[in-house]
Design a protein around this ligand. Structure first.
Ligand code: SAM
Length: 258
């Protein structure tokens, strides 16, 4: 999936909903940043987390954000403008332009699922963290999705097709083992539940309907994709809407020896 200008602004709007604000608070809690620390935001997107981390580490600290999308880089650069201790760069999380053992902590939310060579990306994460450095990683498994629909078979198809938008749609299931193989200790795994029981524009699920519909239109019958989105609207109008999805947060620590 391409994070062009339109999609990047859509992600930014979705990530400003209370659902994702709560998710960011959980990520920040898990990361437990101290003043003056150096932290890396892998796939920083619109820079929402980078800015919050900048406030936590303070101007004697360092925040580096890296992202592959020029549109996201533009949003993050604008958001963090004036914070001299924040740097946003274009690049790939599989090939990090930072020295060995440079960071105290790193965060990667909703990014590794898009990265085809995940082993390489985890090796790079391991390399740039200092021994004992922390990483917090969040990814989604859409098979955990419970989304009310008047047509269960069509809903199943849309989710099945949506699974193809990224390289690792079920990454959380294998991530603990992959992290251990890359030289990390996994200190904990938690579920973050995104739950909406109202069809409300200020929610995560309302925001992603357009994204899923646009994707589905390209990969299944267009009228079916539109009917899927319309059905959710109608359920919402009848106050019969329900959506729930799990994201998984992994806390990892770089072992002192591999
Ligand atoms: C769903 S957004 C998440 C953004 C941000 N981490 C957040 O949680 O707000 C996914 C981001 O990952 C970036 N991305 C995907 N693959 C990448 C890669 N191989 N290297 C760097 N960034 C990547 C995309 O450009 C996009 O900004």
């Amino acid at each position: 999936m391409k994070f062009d200008d339109r999609e990047s602004r859509r992600v930014e709007a979705i990530y400003l909903t209370p659902d994702v604000v709560v998710q960011r608070a959980r990520v920040l809690d898990a990361l437990a940043l101290a003043r003056n620390e150096r932290v890396l935001d892998l796939g920083c997107g619109p820079g929402l987390l980078a800015l919050e981390m900048a406030h936590r580490v303070g101007m004697q600290g360092e925040v580096q954000g890296i992202d592959a999308s020029p549109s996201m880089i533009a949003l993050a650069t604008r958001r963090c403008y004036g914070k001299s201790w924040v740097q946003i760069a274009r690049g790939d999380v599989s090939w990090l332009p930072y020295p060995d053992a440079h960071f105290d902590a790193a965060v990667c939310t909703q990014v590794y699922e898009y990265v085809s060579d995940i082993e390489c990306a985890l090796r790079e994460l391991h390399r740039v963290l200092r021994p004992g450095g922390r990483a917090v990683i969040v990814d989604t498994d859409w098979e955990s999705c419970v989304w009310r629909s008047s047509d269960a078979e069509r809903m199943r198809r849309v989710i099945e097709i949506w699974d193809r938008h990224c390289a690792h749609p079920h990454l959380p299931r294998t991530l603990r083992r992959r992290l251990e193989d890359a030289g990390f200790e996994v200190a904990g795994v938690e579920a973050i539940v995104l739950l909406n029981d109202r069809y409300d524009p200020n929610t995560y699920s309302h925001g992603v309907i357009a994204t899923l519909c646009n994707w589905a239109k390209k990969h299944m019958d267009e009228a079916q994709a539109q009917a899927w989105a319309q059905d959710l609207r109608v359920l919402g109008e009848r106050d019969e809407y329900f959506f729930s999805l799990n994201r998984y947060l992994f806390k990892a620590v770089k072992r002192r020896e591999v």
